[in-house]
Design a protein around this ligand. Structure first.
Ligand code: DQA
Length: 146
């Protein structure tokens, strides 16, 4: 089976973006970490990032087709700021029925109040935040148990 790891807006800036919050690791580091985690569990990996909401919707649909074929282990989604704004991403998850891990590098609940609400949580099977980029590996470890 395959794990989809999708990253939303500004996550391409990891490493230089507010390092006191998101750490010094780059998105390429995160991808390498995900590859290692998937290899440990014998899972395939699709790892992508987009700054465009519609592109993320399309990719969730793609994960949904894999899910329909019984070939998706799970979707790990760090939707970035779209977490707090996007009904479209929520509808894509609901509409495809993909098993979702909502992931955040930072502990969003310890930050500004506008980050406390997530449109995605209601459709998520699991929510993980605050473990830094290590959370990606933890999410994949969790998905491997599903
Ligand atoms: C984030 C938290 C969001 O509030 C923020 O907009 C991001 C990153 C995180 O990984 O901690 O872009 O999803």
């Amino acid at each position: 089976k395959t794990v989809f790891v999708l990253n939303g807006p500004n996550l391409n800036l990891l490493g230089t973006r507010e390092p006191q919050i998101y750490g010094a690791h780059t998105l390429a580091d995160v991808e390498a970490l995900c590859h290692q985690a998937c290899e440990r569990h014998g899972l395939g990996l699709v790892f992508r990032q987009s700054n465009h909401e519609g592109e993320l919707v399309d990719w969730i649909h793609e994960a949904g087709r894999l899910h329909g074929q019984g070939a998706l282990a799970g979707l790990v989604l760090n939707a970035g700021a779209y977490t707090h704004t996007s009904v479209a991403l929520l509808d894509a998850v609901k509409g495809t029925g993909v098993p979702l891990v909502e992931l955040h590098i930072s502990n969003v609940h310890a930050r500004e109040s506008f980050r406390h609400h997530s449109y995605l949580s209601a459709a998520a099977r699991a929510v993980l935040c605050g473990f830094g980029v290590q959370g990606y590996a933890l999410a994949i470890d969790g998905v491997a148990q599903w």
